[in-house]
Design a protein around this ligand. Structure first.
Ligand code: FPP
Length: 265
């Protein structure tokens, strides 16, 4: 992650250089399901782990591009609650990979003003990784650049159940009147509290599923699926996704196209 934050003039020129993009209609928040690492490796006769390594490079590149395009947040699905069922060697490899990449990149994330957060049940991760995550979050919490959310041991249903439990506890203690629970108070209990919902969900490798990812937050996201395998997801692939996003007519259930911020009470 060697980029720096783009100035306003630089931002317009980055958008202009990505031919056909309108800088005024960029998504505020992109979520990405990084799928196809294994198939990418298999197609090259390589072990699956090499696909994950190449996936890290694609993620770094995507973060850099999103930051240069002044996209407010990038949320990536790195490890789901279901991924524990993979062979133990692959799970261990992924945990070690997360740790080594974070260790190696933390300084540049800090320097480049990226605010990193890990979303999920982090208690189940190796202790050394938990410690590094805590350090990374603390060192970048005041950064003013792109929010980089890494969903790790994350499950959308689990997140919703935990939010419901917390609201029930508050109600049982008499702190919260159940009839006052609304979308705002529910969203405030989610791991993404304070973050705008994603406007665009990108899923690579042609799969057309949400796979338990951000079930609440993706309510009005535009969904873009590409056959590109995640390690091959590059600037051109991101541009195609963004051009497609800008061609959508977002009505949020109404009749007239509106922007997401007009939905806020
Ligand atoms: C899905 O492809 C990919 C994953 C489960 C892992 C994604 C993780 C990374 C790209 C590393 C991220 C690193 C950091 C530090 C956040 P798959 O293995 O399911 O591919 P397949 O469907 O082709 O088998």
């Amino acid at each position: 992650m060697t980029s720096r934050l783009a100035s306003s003039a630089e931002h317009s020129s980055v958008c202009a250089s990505i031919n056909g993009l309108d800088p005024k209609r960029m998504p505020e928040h992109i979520a990405v399901i990084m799928d196809g690492n294994g198939r990418w490796a298999k197609a090259r006769g390589l072990p699956r782990m090499m696909g994950h390594r190449a996936g890290v490079e694609a993620l770094k590149n995507t973060l850099r591009l999103c930051s240069d395009l002044r996209i407010g947040a990038l949320t990536a699905y790195a490890f789901s609650t279901e991924n524990w069922s993979r062979p133990i060697d692959e799970v261990n490899f992924l945990m070690t990979l997360f740790q080594s990449v974070l260790q190696k990149e933390l300084e540049s994330l800090e320097r480049e003003q990226v605010k990193i957060k890990f979303l999920g049940d982090l208690d189940a991760l190796p202790t050394s990784l938990q410690d590094l995550i805590a350090e990374a979050e603390q060192r970048t919490v005041l950064n003013g650049g792109i929010h980089f959310n890494v969903c790790t041991n994350y499950g959308g249903r689990r997140e919703l159940v935990l939010a419901a439990q917390r609201l029930a506890e508050l109600s049982a203690k008499g702190i919260l009147d159940p009839s006052h629970i609304d979308e705002g108070s529910f969203a405030a209990e989610l791991l993404t509290a304070g973050e705008a919902d994603p406007d665009l969900l990108i899923r690579t490798s042609g799969e057309r599923r949400i796979s338990n990812f951000l079930l609440w937050q993706l309510a009005y996201a535009e969904i873009y699926v590409t056959d590109v395998l995640w390690p091959d997801f590059d600037a051109e692939a991101l541009k195609i996704a963004l051009v497609d996003f800008q061609s959508r007519c977002r009505r949020f259930g109404g009749l007239t196209p509106i922007s997401a911020d007009q939905l806020m009470p």
